[in-house]
Design a protein around this ligand. Structure first.
Ligand SMILES: [Ca+2]
Ligand SMILES: [Ca+2]
Length: 202
């Protein structure tokens, strides 16, 4: 038992050390372009977008909304609220933004995206899939998102704010598109909040 606890403790220490080194490298060592958004004065250039579900032989539009709100900010007075009517058991809503980079075909870009994500109603019946995406083109359908972070349920999350992050290595022409959002995973209304988005590009 003691040996097992020691191994778990060593694993945690290694993960912690790796995280700290990674933060130091991204924030202080690499030549990194830094973009931070708290949504206090405006949307910071982010816009809302959504993908509707496609039925057997028709496209059914669903209600969705992306708004700047004062309830439940992580920091400051505002956060972004994502809402979608998931009663058709399909659809996704997100915020997206383009970052312009030097047109250099031969160079990969390393991109890191972090954000705070909130719900005051995590539960089996309000579960959703959180996703974020780093792409070279403007995302418009769910299939454009390949960085699925996690499915949130009451089993894994208590109500409150959680930090998520993703990294990707891509070769853009002159734009990097970042998107953060939720995908319907149950037939219900979904309402979640995002704040403190940070994007790092090197
Ligand atoms: Ca804020
Ligand atoms: Ca779009």
């Amino acid at each position: 038992m003691k040996k097992r606890n020691r191994i778990i403790s060593i694993c945690f220490s290694v993960i912690l050390l790796f995280s700290i080194v990674s933060i130091i490298l991204w924030e202080y060592v690499f030549d990194v372009e830094k973009f931070d958004y708290g949504f206090e004065t405006n949307f910071g250039g982010w816009v809302g977008d959504a993908d509707y579900l496609v039925g057997e032989d028709e496209i059914i539009a669903v209600d969705w909304n992306v708004t700047k709100v004062t309830e439940n900010p992580y920091k400051g007075s505002y956060s972004i609220c994502l809402e979608i009517d998931g009663f058709q058991d399909d659809g996704a809503v997100w915020i997206e933004k383009a970052f312009f980079v030097e047109n250099d075909n031969s160079r990969y870009k390393h991109v890191k995206v972090s954000f705070q994500f909130f719900s005051d109603n995590f539960g089996m019946n309000t579960r959703a899939l959180i996703f974020a995406s780093i792409n070279t083109t403007n995302p418009s359908i769910e299939e454009d998102f390949d960085h699925k972070i996690t499915t949130i349920t009451s089993d894994s999350y208590l109500d409150g704010w959680y930090k998520f992050s993703i990294t990707a290595k891509i070769k853009p022409l002159d734009q990097i598109w970042v998107a953060i959002g939720i995908k319907v995973a149950w037939e219900t209304l979904l309402k979640y909040y995002i704040d403190n988005v940070s994007v790092r590009i090197r």
